[in-house]
Ligand binder design. Sequence first.
Ligand code: EPZ
Length: 423
Amino acid sequence: MDKFLIRGGARLEGEIRISGAKNAALPAMAAALLTDQPVHLENIPRVRDIITMGKLLAHMAAHVEAPELPPDRVTIRAETVSHAEAPYELVKTMRASVLTLGPLVARFGYARVSLPGGCAIGARPIDLHLKALEKLGASVRTEHGYVEARTPNSGRLRGAHILFDKITVTGTENVLMAATLAEGETWIENAAREPEVVDLATLLVKMGAQIEGAGSSEIRVRGVSALHGARHTIIPDRIEAGTYLVAGALTGGELRLTACEPAHLTAVVDKLRDTGVEIRCEGPHCLRVRGQPQLRACDLKTEEYPGFPTDMQAQYMVLATQAEGSTVITETIFENRFLHAPELVRMGANITLEGRQAVVRGPTALSGAKVIASDLRASASLVLAGLVASGETIVDRVYHLDRGYEQLAEKLSAVGARIQRVR
Ligand code: EPZ
């Protein structure tokens, strides 16, 4: 099992190119199931989850064509689908497989998808996805760890009014895709507003879908009888960019992030500036961050977009360990997303947990240690801590990182970090 060996203390200086957003690429790949025409996607991040989604679509007999190298572009053609099933073996490694449910039911009238199960950060049910599909006319039953959804007489779904009890990103994406081929109009209320939802809607409209309001909490979809192929470039990864902003701030260096989308990072940039980090927008797709010796503690509450993203909470916690004063971090999205805290305490951080709140007292000197990663973003926070800790840090189970960060060690080494992958 690969590990990262990091020797802390280096200032990061230089330029990092931000990759495409994993959480936009995954629904976009699933959307290709909605048409028998080829869908060409560019700016795809070279990360493990993309490969898993490619395997899943190929398993369904969609034709997935990607250059030999890990794809930065992929063409998917779901002319036919021999079996509309997402098996447990694949779903257990990537919960985003659930995004095939909506497109399969909408186009083929049937889908059988393994229930994703929980993960380190929470139970993560998909009840809201299933309730919404039933509202669209699908009959849904769960047994033996699978969910089966089918339309009456394998016909089309019916447009409906969907009011989500809670804001769900992939729930919104599943329903949005299903509604594009439903008969009549669908009105989604309390929809997720994330940029990844907007990017999916942009692709679907290019494929011939009729969608209004994506990016707001109310989305209207007028179903059409068929969608056609399209070409689309995936938006930059705002969480990858936010992670490197924190890396630059922590190490007292100066980083220039290119190919990013500053408009998707407003809450993150504002919060980092509140702590004293210097961030400048240098052009439409470029951010410059400069570390400051003195950082101020500044409380944080994670919220759905456009609020501060939960996927940046762990990274921000590391910054809080170096800030002067006490920082109260409140995690409102997931019930168990502080798994990185005990590992940071082992490196010398002063963090106390109280349910959904963590109190971080700083600044504390961090010292290198052997630490274990538990989920994608917790792993990123341990790497960030290693960059600023004295001595050596070994981050184990970096497969979590490989799922969502393209060439993390290479990108960090190129700007001066002493990090290498070891077996
Ligand atoms: C998406 O997960 C992202 N994944 C997550 O990123 C991200 O953390 C999350 O949105 C929140 O922004 C992808 O886009 C592939 P939710 P998702 O449905 O859609 C509850 C990463 O690091 N809920 O918005 O699964 C749920 O338990 C990953 O890249 C229900 O109760 O998250 C959670 O508490 C981690 N029932 C809250 O809603 C449901 O049917 C928000 O979850 C669905 C969700």
